[in-house]
Design a protein. Structure first.
Length: 370
């Protein structure tokens, strides 16, 4: 029993000693030093507010249109004959080229017969003119010799007196003359010539078919002059004047000058835009093609040009005070694809001109002035 008590006492003593040593060692262990948090300050592109007058070109897309689109028809009826160029879609032609003809031999024979009868009437009155109007005989005889059945009638001699006028009217010389002139005009309509340099857009009748006044033979466009139709917002359209110079920019990167031909006097109800028409000649552009038109007469008074990405919510920017940023309201006077032109900040203020991610009011930055 005595041995058990002594053994328990030894065990308790060992535990007590162990706890004492642990506490001592723990108390003598050095406390780790706390690491200090370092704030990261980023460099940010900034600029000083300095308002200036600035001419800002603005661009809009436009579509190339032919200066004229014409439906070709005829005023007479007959069989369609080929002209100097093929009656085929896409075929080009020059001004004055015979596009097609209408068979006219029967009508031409009628005109020739009418001129023959007219010559007979003239020959019958010449003897009376020689007696009653000897001073007028020479001009009427000259006119008689100039009339040929296969050529256009010459001009009618000038009638100087009422008596002469009455006589020629009573013999139906004047009536026959103007009837033949009318027939000659109608005969000319059997040949259709190109009114301008152009091309066939579509063809509705083939050579050999019967043409009539109610039918459309073909549709043609003018190819020597074009215009670009540009729909502008009304706020920009009011800055554009007729005869203003513009630049037409093509898809291949080339550009050329042109001028404003006219402006629409109304705003399109669907698009709420106002059409501007740009006229030009030449250049390798086609009807229906899209181009970009640059207008260069947009003068802005006392503005600051900033990148669009530096503007937040459409009307705010970050300004810098003592190395910290905060938002201020601005007034946007104009904007294009890349920039905004603003007012509303004080001169010499430092403003951020790049997009900031996770920015907040009071954030510290390192302004990099440009």
């Amino acid at each position: 029993m005595k041995k058990k008590i002594i053994g328990g006492g030894v065990a308790l003593a060992i535990v007590i000693v162990s706890l004492t040593v642990f506490k001592f060692l723990n108390s003598t262990k050095a406390n780790p030093s706390k690491k200090k948090k370092t704030e990261i300050v980023y460099g940010v592109k900034c600029t000083e507010v300095n308002y200036v007058d600035k001419e800002v070109p603005f661009s809009y897309p436009g579509r190339v249109n032919s200066n004229a689109v014409v439906q070709l028809g005829v005023e007479v009826q007959g069989r369609l004959l080929e002209g100097d160029v093929s009656l085929k879609e896409g075929k080009n032609f020059k001004k004055g080229t015979v596009l097609f003809r209408i068979f006219s031999q029967d009508y031409k024979a009628s005109v020739t017969a009418a001129k023959s009868r007219f010559l007979k009437s003239l020959s019958n009155v010449l003897a009376d003119v020689y007696i009653d109007f000897p001073e007028e005989y020479k001009k009427w005889n000259t006119f008689f010799t100039q009339v040929e059945v296969d050529k256009k009638l010459p001009l009618l001699p000038a009638i100087k007196s009422v008596k002469e006028k009455v006589y020629m009217s009573s013999k139906n010389i004047l009536g026959d003359y103007y009837d033949i002139r009318k027939m000659e005009i109608m005969l000319s309509k059997y040949v259709v010539r190109a009114p301008f340099d152009g091309a066939y857009v579509s063809v509705n009748k083939e050579v050999g078919s019967i043409a009539s006044p109610s039918a459309t033979i073909a549709n043609i466009i003018r190819t020597d002059t074009y215009e670009v139709v540009v729909p502008l917002l009304p706020i920009d359209a009011e800055k554009v004047k007729i005869h203003d110079k513009v630049m037409i920019c093509m898809k291949d990167g080339n550009s050329f000058p042109a001028s404003v031909a006219r402006k629409a006097a109304f705003v399109d109800r669907k698009t709420q835009s106002q059409n501007i028409y740009i006229s030009y000649r030449g250049h390798n552009l086609f009807d229906g093609e899209y181009v970009s038109v640059k207008f260069g007469n947009n003068m802005l008074k006392q503005v600051l040009q900033v990148p669009r990405e530096s503007v937040y919510n459409g009307h705010q920017m970050y300004v810098v005070n003592d190395g910290h940023i905060h938002k201020e309201d601005i007034v946007v006077k104009y904007k294009n694809d890349d920039y905004m032109f603003i007012q509303g900040l004080k001169e010499q203020q430092v403003v951020v001109v790049e997009s900031l991610i996770r920015a907040y009011d009071g954030m510290k930055i390192n302004p990099l002035l440009k």
